[in-house]
Write a protein that binds this ligand. Structure first.
Ligand SMILES: Nc1ncnc2c1ncn2[C@@H]1O[C@H](COP(=O)(O)OP(=O)(O)OP(=O)(O)O)[C@@H](O)[C@H]1O
Length: 314
């Protein structure tokens, strides 16, 4: 069973249209399969992290989700609509990584100008307050920090009062404080029921700010679960021991121990990722010639790497 099997699709739970529904999405650039069969159903009100290493296919998926690129195969619907229609109706907004701001305008002028492009928009004061930047309305954009500029992009995305906000790696290049302020503003807004999907390659960020983590690697979803479930995956242990020439039988016996997620041989040591380190240690010390046994806690990054390199947590 893969981790994905254990997470109920919101499509089975709700009755109205899904906030985001991607089905069998594929997109290649020449020989590169950027997106290789992504299915994703996001219910209204979910805060979803689209987590994956560089080149996993996050931006390509988001471009298709926003109607900026056409899939080679598969379909996209946002709130039951074609993405371009959902955007035209102001039902979905995006916060992209960079660009799009005029440095000589103030923060307030930027919001006023952008609001004038919408038939109906929230007030500048309201979106600046929600984005946590009302106090810098008179500051020139060029004088704002990266984090403040990103919160300004977030304020602009709030203008049409969209049901869905999509953010592509919104905190790339920000310092720790800027990142924290950005997410505080975003989470406070999400508490009002808006659906949020954000791409990130920071596991900690996904863990801290999303209700659900969709882990992508090489254009595919390799795990999909609550942040708590993904954290559980990372809460196991790594048991290492000296055991030269691990045989196929020994490898199979280790993998058969309940809780074992992966077995690797590195030079003369064997590394076993497991949720039950006692069982693995007992087996290694009693049924094999293993020596110099060590047990260490598994970090989040370690779990992330194991998941994205093996393609499955099992
Ligand atoms: N316009 C393009 N032309 C050619 N190859 C592309 C193009 N856009 C993306 N790719 C390739 O498709 C794959 C997925 O890229 P994508 O930008 O979607 O990944 P990502 O997960 O967003 O990565 P990152 O975190 O680095 O932004 C990569 O191998 C990338 O080099």
């Amino acid at each position: 069973m893969t981790f994905t099997d254990t997470f109920p699709l919101p499509a089975e739970a709700g009755t109205g249209p899904l906030a985001i529904h991607l089905r069998g999405l594929h997109k290649s650039f020449g020989a590169v399969r950027a997106v290789d069969g992504i299915d994703l159903a996001v219910a209204p009100g979910e805060v979803v992290a689209f987590l994956g290493p560089n080149g996993a296919g996050k931006t390509t998926t988001i471009d298709m989700l926003l109607g900026l690129a056409q899939p080679d195969a598969g379909s996209v619907s946002v709130l039951g609509l074609d993405p371009s229609r959902a955007i035209a109706e102001g039902r979905v907004s995006a916060v992209m990584q960079s660009g799009g701001l005029l440095k000589d305008l103030t923060v307030g002028e930027t919001v006023e100008l952008t609001a004038s492009f919408f038939r109906s928009a929230r007030s500048a004061t309201e979106v600046l307050t929600r984005a946590g930047i009302a106090d810098i309305a008179d500051r020139k954009v060029g004088k704002c920090s990266g984090g403040q500029q990103q919160r300004l992009r977030f304020a602009l995305a709030l203008l049409p009062d969209p049901d869905v906000i999509v953010l592509d790696e919104p905190t790339t290049g920000m310092d720790v404080e800027g990142r924290r302020d950005f997410w505080t503003a975003l989470r406070a807004d999400a508490a009002r029921g808006r659906t949020i999907l954000f791409a990130t390659h920071y596991l900690e960020e996904a863990d801290a700010y999303a209700d659900r983590i969709v882990l992508v690697s090489r254009g595919r979803v390799v795990a999909d679960g609550s942040a708590a479930q993904v954290k559980n995956l990372a809460s196991g242990r790594v048991v290492t021991a000296t055991l030269p020439d691990l045989t196929a039988e020994q490898d199979a016996a280790l993998r058969a121990i309940p809780g074992v997620q992966s077995v690797e041989q590195r030079r003369d040591r064997v590394l076993v990722h497991t949720s039950d380190s006692d069982g693995v240690a007992r087996h290694l010390l009693t049924a094999t010639a293993a020596s110099d046994l060590e047990i260490t806690a598994r970090g989040l990054e370690d779990a992330f790497l194991a998941l994205t390199t093996s393609g499955s947590p099992a």
